[in-house]
Structure formats: structure tokens, C-alpha cells
Write a protein that binds this ligand. Structure first.
Ligand SMILES: NC(=O)c1ccc[n+]([C@@H]2O[C@H](COP(=O)([O-])OP(=O)(O)OC[C@H]3O[C@@H](n4cnc5c(N)ncnc54)[C@H](O)[C@@H]3O)[C@@H](O)[C@H]2O)c1
Length: 260
């Protein structure tokens, strides 16, 4: 049996990508890969301070929708989905590639994490994905694919990952439950677990350079991943070639997660 898939395989697909801060962002790799495979993009930026860094990238990718989105600001998420509905009337792909924890909570151990810091990290880095999924699902009228960026610190202890470990574990579990709840609408939900990448968010972790060096040395494939590796993995999962894959955590890490 052959699948009726356009060339390139995401031709005309509508993708909302949240989490581009600059050209190093994982979300930018996703947006660029989707665009290369034919998708149309909606891109968001955090606030006016971030806008000048993101605008040229949105322009380069010919994104017809470009809006501010801070998931902590009431109403902004709804406004983005209203714009998607008004312009496209539907959505095929959603990428959640955002995370945040207050610096003092992120850089201390879990035992020392404040209740407020834990709640803030959980809200921005995990529950906002559930809110997005709720708004995206009614627009995914022909099925769809949702992605949330996780990290191996969800499954195993990475000593410098601290509060983000439990937060990413909750994110991966949320992907499984959303995959279950949305499966009958042919919506597939994936947690993606990239190996370490030098981005702005990563620079908030203590000893991140050591993590990078260790990954490069120990990964079976012997080198670090880049944002296009993550982007093309997501692009593949968004195509009908991957139409029966849902709910699991997909590692894009050169294989390092299998090492003891
Ligand atoms: N860099 C890595 O090594 C690595 C590895 C695995 C997973 N991840 C995950 O990938 C995702 C993207 O991070 P990145 O490494 O590309 O860094 P990045 O700094 O480029 O992206 C983080 C994004 O989060 C956004 N963000 C933060 N608070 C927000 C809020 N309140 N509302 C909306 N957006 C907000 C920022 O604006 C930024 O665009 C994160 O979930 C991160 O945990 C990163």
C-alpha cells in the first residue's frame, strides 16, 4: 500500500512554532525544517525585547503569522490561536519549545527549590503545553501532530538539572496522557528529547559546557546534535510516514541515552 503524500511531504501544512528566541533556538530548527518540507508557519516571540531577534527569522521563513506570546500573560495564548483560526481556519502542527525556572531555583538542588519557583517552572514549562493542546485540538480538524521539548534529565538524574528534572518528567507524562486523550481525533503527541545544545536556555544551567563535552565524547554517534537534527526528526514525525507513532519520548541525542 502506498500513502498519498505530497512532495515535499509537508506541503501546505500549517505549523505553529512557539519558542524561537534566536537562530540557535531548537524551535528555529523545527520551523526551518518544516518550511523546507513545505509547511506554512506561525511564529511567536516572547515580548518587545525579543522581537528584533525573532523578526528577521520569521521574515526569512516567510511566516504569515508573527505574534507576541508570553504564556504567563493572560489572553496572549488565546490571541495567537484566534489569529491562526482567522487566517488558516485549521492547524496541523504545534511545537512547544519553551522552558523557564527562576535562576536561584534552577541553580540550586531540588531540596532548596522554593514552592513559587517550582510552580512557575511547572506552569511555563509544562502546563502551558496542556493549555496549548486544548486550544490547538479543535483546529486540528484533519488530525495533527504536537511536540514538546524534554530532556533526559526527566528519566535519569543529571546532577545539574535540578528542578527541571521533575518538571520535564511531568511534561513527558503529559504527552502520554494527551496522546491518549487526543488519539481518537488522529492527533499524535510526542515528547522530543534532544541531546545538549548550546542555546540561551541551556546557558542557565550550571556546568553546561561539561555536559556538552561529555555528550560529544560518550554518544555512540560520537558528536553533538544540532538544531536541524531535532527539526528534521520533528518534521518526519509530522508527516503521514509516522502516522502510527504517538505518545512516546523520542530521543534525538546521538544515542547517548542508551549509555550507562
Ligand atoms: N538546549 C538544550 O540543551 C536542550 C536540551 C533538551 C531540551 N531542551 C528544551 O528545548 C526547549 C527550547 O530551549 P532552547 O534550548 O532552544 O533555548 P532557547 O533559549 O532558544 O528557547 C527557550 C524559549 O523559551 C521561551 N520562553 C521562556 N519563558 C516563556 C514564556 N513565559 N512564554 C513564552 N515563551 C517563553 C523563550 O522566549 C525562548 O524562546 C526548552 O523546553 C528546553 O528545556 C533544551
Amino acid at each position: 500500500m502506498t500513502l498519498d503524500i505530497p512532495r515535499p511531504p509537508l506541503t501546505g501544512a500549517k505549523a505553529l512554532v512557539v519558542g524561537i528566541a534566536n537562530e540557535h533556538s531548537i524551535a528555529y530548527g523545527c520551523a526551518a525544517a518544516f518550511r523546507e518540507l513545505g509547511a506554512d508557519l506561525a511564529i511567536t516571540y516572547l515580548n518587545e525585547k525579543a522581537r528584533p531577534f525573532v523578526a528577521p527569522l520569521a521574515h526569512k521563513l516567510e511566516a504569515p503569522i508573527f505574534l507576541p506570546l508570553d504564556v504567563s500573560v493572560p489572553g496572549q495564548l488565546e490571541a495567537v490561536f484566534d489569529a491562526v483560526k482567522a487566517q488558516w481556519g485549521r492547524l496541523d502542527i504545534l511545537v512547544h519549545s519553551i522552558a523557564f525556572a527562576p535562576k536561584e531555583d534552577l541553580q540550586g538542588g531540588l531540596l532548596d527549590c522554593s514552592a513559587e519557583g517550582f510552580a512557575k517552572a511547572m506552569d511555563v514549562s509544562c502546563h502551558s503545553f496542556v493549555r496549548m493542546a486544548k486550544l490547538a485540538a479543535p483546529l486540528m480538524t484533519d488530525g495533527g501532530t504536537m511536540f514538546a521539548m524534554s530532556y533526559h534529565g526527566a528519566a535519569k538524574v543529571v546532577p545539574t538539572y535540578n528542578v527541571m528534572g521533575p518538571v520535564k518528567a511531568a511534561l513527558e507524562a503529559s504527552c502520554r496522557y494527551l496522546a491518549y486523550e487526543l488519539g481518537d481525533k488522529r492527533i499524535r503527541v510526542h515528547a522530543i528529547s534532544p541531546g545538549p545544545l548550546k542555546t540561551r536556555a541551556a546557558s542557565g544551567l550550571k556546568d553546561f559546557d561539561r555536559l556538552l563535552a561529555d555528550a560529544a565524547q560518550r554518544a555512540p554517534l560520537g558528536e553533538l546534535v544540532d538544531i536541524m537534527d531535532v527539526g528534521f526528526a520533528c518534521a518526519y514525525l509530522a508527516t503521514p510516514y509516522a502516522r502510527r507513532i504517538s505518545g512516546s519520548t523520542v530521543y534525538v541525542d546521538g544515542g547517548i541515552n542508551v549509555m550507562a
